[in-house]
Every structure is written in C-alpha cells, then in structure tokens.
Ligand binder design. Structure first.
Ligand SMILES: Cc1cc2nc3c(=O)[nH]c(=O)nc-3n(C[C@H](O)[C@H](O)[C@H](O)COP(=O)(O)OP(=O)(O)OC[C@H]3O[C@@H](n4cnc5c(N)ncnc54)[C@H](O)[C@@H]3O)c2cc1C
Length: 291
C-alpha cells in the first residue's frame, strides 16, 4: 500500500526542526531511520499530517563513550553503535543487544534513539536502557528535559515524547567495576522480533559475591520488565549461585500475553530459561571469564 498524504519537511538545523515540530503539534512525526515509521505509513497504521525528516540536521549522529557511560545521538544508526569499539569497551551490552536487532540492512538505517521512541515492547534497546537506568534527552522550542528510562516507556509503542519534541540523544550509564552483562532471546528466525528475551547485568563485590543482579525482559509485558534479583542470589560466592533458582523469581514476576507466536505459559517458561542463561553469562563476564 501507499502511505496517506502528508507534508514533508526537511529542516537543516536543529532550531528549524524544533520550529517545524512545534507548528505541526500532534500532527507531526519525526522521520529518523524510517525502519518502523515507513512500514506503519505504508500499512496505513499511522497518518501524520507532517513528516519532519531530521536526517539533514547536523550534529545528531554522535556517539560519545566515556567512563560514566555512552551518549548516543538521534541519528546514530544501530550499526554505527554496534561497531563502535569505544562504546563496546564501556558497555559491551550495547553490542550484545544490537546484534539481535533485525537484520544488517535495517541496522544500517535504523537508529537507537528511534527504537527507544518507538517503544516496541519486543525491541532490545528499550530493555537495555531500562536495565541500565539510562535516560533520553528531549528538546523542544521551550527547552530540554532529560527523562529517566523508568518514566520514558509508558505503554506498548508509547513513550514520554510529547508533540513538538525531538529526542536528541539517549544516555546509557556505565556499570561499576566487576560487572558483566549478557542478552539472550528466542526468535522464530534470527533477526525477527523476539518471542521472549532477557538482558542481564551482574556486579560482584571484591569478595566475588553478588553485589547487584538485575534483568530486563522483552516481549512479556507492555514495557520492558525490570526485575532486581539481588536478594534471590543469596550470600554465597557468585561462582556457586543457583541461577535457575534465581531465575524463578523472574518467571514469577512476568505476566506475558499469548498471541499467534506463543502462548503466555510458553513465554513465561522461556523467560525463566533465558534469565538463568543471561544471569550465568553475566556473572561469568563479571569474573572476567568467557561463558
Ligand atoms: C523487518 C524489520 C525487522 C525489525 N526487527 C527488529 C528487532 O528485532 N528488534 C528491534 O528492536 N527493532 C526491529 N526493527 C525496528 C528497527 O530497529 C527500527 O530501526 C526502529 O524501531 C526505529 O528506528 P528508526 O530510526 O528506523 O525510527 P523511525 O522509523 O524513523 O521512527 C519510528 C518512530 O519513532 C519516532 N522517532 C524516531 N526518531 C525520533 C526522534 N529522534 N525524536 C522523536 N521521535 C522520533 C518516529 O516519529 C516514529 O514514530 C525491525 C524493523 C523491520 C523493518
């Protein structure tokens, strides 16, 4: 199908983009990588009166990696973040997750920030932002605000972005020393959205006991489901942790829905299996070992 008619805007400065978005109000949609918006238009599931293509706005494609974390600009493509050695050195989870996002051609065009704003509960990057407690910076003609992940994802395909706002960047905070991460999912084919998926982060103390452990689950709720499993890890050394038992706490917390791809029970079961695997691998990585 062809998209419904719209007015196309191609601003070349950030100020111009914010002016156009302000004037368009609720009828305006930002076009970034187009990997979700264009299919939605073609299927006539979205019909914005104004499309604001921000691809010519300079300065939005940055990837800044430092000791405190990684800031990703609105036009940084999935592939650019995935391939960034600096980003991977600070947060290996970014690369671990991005390798699971769609196919390389889609990653060459789609953006990390676009994925966050799109807020698909099956998408990997919202889970990563939620797991790490990151934030999204939103700009409008009236100024900027930084929205924490816990408030950013408001429902399936719904985020805190208001009419007139442009998400200019996202910040993924670094983890403390002796931390490890992993992301595991099950999809019908590699590159498809996950039937269920789990991102995990484990931090060890100097005594190599678990100081913090949490997971973020995808495709099992309207938004990424973050579960702090630190209390379930017990006081013993991480090397001897019973990750299957710990993952039981995750399985009990999620409340998935069934659809044509999987029943709710199967999704819950998968979440438990994937949580145990992701936590075990994250703990291995925290000890500086390969799983
Ligand atoms: C076949 C296929 C398979 C896919 N599989 C996966 C998958 O397995 N996992 C996954 O996570 N994703 C998947 N995707 C989606 C892909 O990752 C997209 O890149 C992503 O969802 C949206 O990023 P985008 O830059 O293309 O955004 P766009 O399509 O340009 O925009 C998406 C939405 O976000 C808004 N938006 C985008 N950027 C901004 C901004 N800076 N400020 C304000 N609003 C903004 C748009 O207005 C629109 O509403 C798949 C896509 C396809 C086509």
């Amino acid at each position: 199908m062809k998209p419904p008619p719209f007015d196309y805007h191609g601003p070349v400065t950030l100020g111009e983009a914010l002016d156009v978005l302000a004037e368009a109000g609720p009828g305006g949609k930002v076009l970034a990588g187009g990997q979700s918006l264009i299919p939605l238009l073609n299927m006539r599931l979205a019909a914005p009166a104004h499309i604001v293509d921000v691809n010519r706005v300079p300065g939005l494609d940055g990837i800044e990696a430092g000791p405190v974390g990684v800031r990703v600009g609105a036009l940084a493509r999935h592939a650019a973040v995935e391939r960034s050695p600096q980003a991977a050195a600070v947060l290996p989870l970014l690369r671990q997750a991005l390798r699971l996002v769609a196919h390389p051609v889609i990653r060459n065009r789609g953006t990390v920030v676009g994925s966050l704003v799109h807020a698909d509960p099956a998408a990997e990057m919202p889970a990563v932002l939620a797991l790490l407690g990151g934030s999204v910076r939103l700009a409008s003609r009236d100024g900027e605000r930084e929205v924490p992940a816990a408030e950013f994802f408001t429902g399936p395909m719904e985020s805190a972005v208001r009419p007139g706002e442009l998400a200019v960047s996202a910040f993924f905070p670094a983890l403390p020393p002796r931390s490890g991460t992993a992301f595991h999912e099950v999809a019908r084919r590699h590159g498809d959205y996950a039937v269920a998926g789990v991102a995990a982060a484990v931090t060890l103390g100097e005594d190599l006991r678990v100081a913090a452990a949490r997971v973020a689950c995808v495709s099992v709720g309207p938004v990424p489901v973050v579960v702090d499993v630190t209390p379930a890890c017990g006081p013993g050394p991480a090397a001897g942790a019973d990750w299957e038992a710990v993952a039981g706490a995750v399985r009990d917390r999620v409340d998935p829905e069934g659809d044509i791809h999987a029943t709710a029970d199967y999704r819950r079961h998968l979440t438990g299996v994937l949580a145990a695997r992701a936590l075990r691998d994250a703990a291995f990585a925290a000890r500086g070992e390969e799983s």
